[in-house]
Design a protein around this ligand. Structure first.
Ligand code: LMR
Length: 400
């Protein structure tokens, strides 16, 4: 009965790792998936995560019961505080409902399913380009996906005029997906002034903001600075949604821990929204896993662990910034044609190199460097040792 099933293509991002794993070359380099690596090229478990896990293991009172449908209450509370700020009036007025979900993707999916059922507008605008999984998540949840101009290949920066025009002509009430910081894949973020203009435009057109916050702390190294865009929208008293992931900023990739928050106008509405979120979650996966959320709660609740976390997070962000400088210097030293200053200007885990898919294929074939075909490289996968190899490959790709 399944003989008609055709072979599906690999995922454009996770499939890069599949191809990388099959390559026997000793010099191979995986710059595909956005996952942090140390200078030695190894995955990193944060010290503070190890400490929190030790606490959990030592606590004999801990059991493995089901969590409630919306997850660990303390985790939800602390996650809302992390993104909206400890003194957020929306939290104090109980206008926010937060539910624990399966990392960023799961949070986006639950939010989108809720909107498809309960919101009057089914169209969501996503930036062009955006993370490859966004359109799939939203379409399968029942939303209709449109794009707004975001990236300008000519300047390798923001197409702010195009963004304002496209959002300005979106139908009233449309949902707009915004990357809270460290835009994936371009590494290009609006300035705070531009955010303010976006906010004014969106509020005047009654567009509903849906933030994807997958890199809080990774853009600037500061958790508060990286939440500024979200907090501006919450400060005006209007509604918004926010999907949070702890994959990158706590290195909890495989634990699948994240949260969806919906900011409402009143506490009464927030309570009803939460009751409907339960109806979305229960038939999908019943309730979320306990381990990752317990680690996050242990870190966020404890002043010492929290401050240790911020130091480790800053160290990861700084190492990535140093990779940006090293790569840019290496290309300049080789006299590689082109202006490579965008490598330093772009923010977060990724550089959107400007390399085309033919050049990417060449670099994979000849240099065993793995990256997504749109020319995005994960700077977090680079090290001082591998920068020269990457610079050689880019040089060869653009001069051939
Ligand atoms: C990425 O863009 O590389 C990450 O968000 C990982 C993923 O799931 O695609």
């Amino acid at each position: 009965v399944f003989s008609h099933v055709v072979q599906a293509p690999e995922d454009p991002i996770l499939g890069v790792t599949v191809a990388y794993n099959k390559d026997p070359s000793p010099v191979k380099l995986n710059l595909g998936v956005g996952a942090y690596r140390t200078e030695e090229g190894k995955p990193l478990v944060l010290n503070v995560v190890r400490k929190a896990e030790q606490q959990l293991v030592n606590d004999r009172a801990r059991v493995k019961e089901y969590l409630p449908i919306i997850g660990l209450a303390e985790f939800n509370k602390l996650s809302a505080k992390l993104i909206f700020g400890a003194d957020s009036p929306a939290i104090q007025e109980n206008r926010v409902t937060t539910v624990q979900c399966l990392s960023g993707t799961g949070s986006l999916r639950v939010g989108a399913e809720f909107l498809a059922k309960h919101y009057h507008q089914r169209t969501i605008y996503v930036p062009l380009p955006t993370w490859g999984n966004h359109p799939k998540v939203f379409t399968l949840a029942g939303l209709s996906v449109k794009t707004y101009r975001y990236y300008d290949p000519a300047t390798r920066g923001l197409n702010f005029q195009g963004l304002l025009e496209d959002l300005g002509s979106a139908p009233a009430g449309a949902i707009v997906l915004l990357h809270a910081c460290a835009h994936n894949p371009t590494g290009v973020d609006p300035t705070l002034q531009q955010w303010e203009q976006i906010r004014q435009l969106m509020r005047s057109k009654k567009l509903l903001p849906f933030f994807d916050s997958a890199y809080q702390g990774f853009a600037s190294g500061s958790l508060d600075a990286d939440a500024q865009s979200v907090r501006m929208f919450v400060a005006d008293g209007g509604e918004c949604l926010a999907a949070q992931s702890y994959a990158k900023n706590m290195g909890l990739y495989g634990e699948r821990v994240g949260a969806l928050s919906i900011v409402c106008k009143t506490a009464d509405v927030a309570g009803k929204v939460e009751s409907q979120l339960k109806l979305v979650i229960r038939p999908m996966y019943s309730n979320p896993p306990i381990h990752g959320a317990s680690i996050v709660a242990a870190i966020l609740r404890d002043r010492n662990l929290y401050s240790e976390w911020t130091i480790e997070l800053k160290a990861m962000a700084d190492r990535i910034i140093s990779m940006r400088h090293q790569l840019c210097d290496a290309l300049r030293a080789r006299g590689t044609p082109g202006d490579w200053s965008h490598i330093i200007k772009q923010i977060g885990m990724f550089t959107f190199t400007g390399l085309n898919s033919k050049q990417v294929t060449f670099m994979t074939k000849e240099y065993h460097i793995y990256m997504t075909s749109d020319g995005r490289i994960s700077m977090a996968g680079l090290s001082s040792k591998t920068v020269p190899h990457l610079a050689d490959a880019i040089h060869a790709a653009v001069t051939r």
